[in-house]
Design a protein around this ligand. Structure first.
Ligand SMILES: [Zn+2]
Length: 124
């Protein structure tokens, strides 16, 4: 990763850590919301419509947690690659990932071309 200076790497590591903190916060907040939604409200009899609404909200929040967890995995993968000294190298073709791309998206593990190919594969 000669295209990245140690200052770049430090900045990227700090960015990854900040991203990780905010994702962990979000997961905690969303999980707390789910807990509140699932509390039985004994002061009023819930209609089926209310129950369905509570369930739908719960589903949405669980989906949000899943998205946050996936992001957390990406961040941890990037951190792992950094400690292995493979950070900034495309996971697919082994070429250097453009510095601008990494600065814009520190969790990128592929170069732009390979990422586009990988996304095409996913959506097919
Ligand atoms: Zn590549």
């Amino acid at each position: 990763m000669k295209h990245l200076t140690s200052a770049d790497l430090n900045a990227l590591a700090a960015q990854l850590q900040a991203m990780k903190h905010s994702v962990l916060d979000e997961i905690r907040d969303t999980a707390a919301d789910v807990e509140i939604d699932l509390q039985p409200q004994d002061h009023e009899v819930q209609s089926h419509a209310d129950e369905a609404e509570a369930e739908r909200l719960g589903d949405v929040r669980f989906a949000e947690i899943e998205i946050d967890r996936a992001r957390l995995r990406d961040i941890e993968q990037a951190e792992q690659r950094m400690s292995d000294g493979r950070y900034g190298i495309c996971a697919d073709c082994g070429e250097a990932i453009a510095r601008e791309r990494l600065l814009a998206q520190p969790i990128a593990i592929r170069c732009a071309a390979c990422q586009a190919t990988a996304e095409l594969r996913l959506h097919r």
